[in-house]
Design a protein around this ligand. Structure first.
Ligand SMILES: Nc1ncnc2c1ncn2[C@@H]1O[C@H](COP(=O)(O)OP(=O)(O)OP(=O)(O)O)[C@@H](O)[C@H]1O
Ligand SMILES: [Mg+2]
Length: 328
């Protein structure tokens, strides 16, 4: 059924190694050449991405780059103008109900549910997935506990705070225990403890085999949550890499010594340009972790009183900033 899906462009470096015989078995989400316009605006101009089962894939791009539009198409809520999509092995265009039943979708804002209580929101969602009333009620109670909303279960959803609404939105996405979870800026408005819990929950779902696709502008958070990253700009895929790869290619490091003079002198002697960091340390460009380890060893052997050395900023942030940013 999926063997006719065209291979993605090697220019995007989408999949390392040979393509699997049945891509849907390894990837929970496959998008190829996906496009979508709104009148004269091209929101998604050509996106290729693959999100592995049992892994968390970050969708990263500037404002207006097409993340939400893409996610709506993957969730089966918006039809693409061109391209192919498979979620959990189903095509949202031709098999809309079966594709949608595979997907848990958490929008960036919860929306209004008039006078329904938090519990009723979840029970009603269960009914739309044809779950029995009893199963829906049991699942609602379970998920309200997971997102710490049991005390507010019978309060009207519209009175919940922004962060509480986000947590209810997450619970709603999980009602039918979907194989694919699509989260649009899920950490927006969450307090620090809720962010940590979100990360833990997402990781545990991935460990159980769920395919998770998550967008966020908080790249340090994605550094800790994601396995893979897809970068988009102006509606096109511009890079896809694993987070481990991003760490290896990490370029800017911050090094600090007890006093800057011996460090500056030594860096000059080994011909390594540097820039000053606000905290009195120096920023240097290093090609990967092995080179960093060598440099640290050499500095110490040369008698430089190094007190700290670490990558400056997260791995994904570095990759993001190295791309031509195109906000709109
Ligand atoms: N319903 C719509 N009608 C007209 N234009 C739209 C519509 N939805 C999105 N767009 C346009 O499509 C482009 C992509 O929007 P989208 O919301 O997908 O971006 P995004 O990457 O999610 O941005 P952000 O990071 O701000 O959430 C934008 O230029 C936006 O103005
Ligand atoms: Mg968006």
């Amino acid at each position: 059924m999926t063997s006719d899906l065209p291979s993605p462009s090697p220019a995007y470096g989408i999949v390392p190694g040979p393509a699997p015989a049945d891509p849907s078995s390894e990837f929970g989400v496959i998008a190829h050449g996906v496009q979508r316009r709104f009148g004269s605006v091209t929101a998604v101009a050509g996106i290729d991405l693959r999100a592995r089962r049992g892994a968390v894939t970050a969708l990263i791009g500037p404002n207006g780059s097409g993340k939400t539009t893409l996610m709506l198409m993957l969730a089966g809520l918006l039809a693409p103008d061109a391209g192919r999509i498979l979620v959990g092995g189903h095509d949202p265009v031709t098999q809309n109900y079966s594709a949608r039943s595979q997907v848990g979708w958490m929008p960036d804002v919860f929306g209004t549910w008039d006078s329904l209580t938090a519990r009723e929101v979840l029970v009603t969602t269960g009914a739309t997935y044809r779950m029995s009333p009893e199963h829906s009620r049991q699942r609602a109670a379970e998920l309200l506990a997971t997102v710490h909303l049991t005390d507010l279960a019978d309060a009207p959803a519209h009175v919940l705070s922004r962060g509480q609404k986000q947590r209810l939105g997450l619970a709603r996405a999980l009602v039918h225990d979907p194989a694919v979870l699509i989260l649009d800026e899920p950490a927006n408005g969450l307090d620090p403890r809720s962010r940590i819990e979100l990360r833990t929950l997402v990781r545990s779902l991935a460990a159980r085999g769920t395919t998770v696709l998550v967008s966020s502008h908080i790249l340090t958070e994605l550094d800790e949550m994601a396995d893979d990253a897809v970068f988009i700009s102006r509606g096109r895929t511009v890079a896809q890499e694993s987070v481990v790869e991003a760490r290896v290619h990490h370029r800017t490091w911050r090094i600090k010594a007890l006093t800057p003079e011996p460090l500056l002198g030594w860096l000059r002697s080994v011909n390594l340009p540097c820039a000053e960091h606000a905290d009195g340390g120096l920023l240097i460009q290093i090609g990967g972790e092995e080179a960093a380890a060598r440099l640290l060893r050499d500095a110490i052997v040369a008698g430089v009183p190094v007190v700290s050395m670490s990558p400056s900023g997260g791995a994904l942030e570095q990759t993001y900033l190295s791309l031509d940013e195109d906000r709109r």
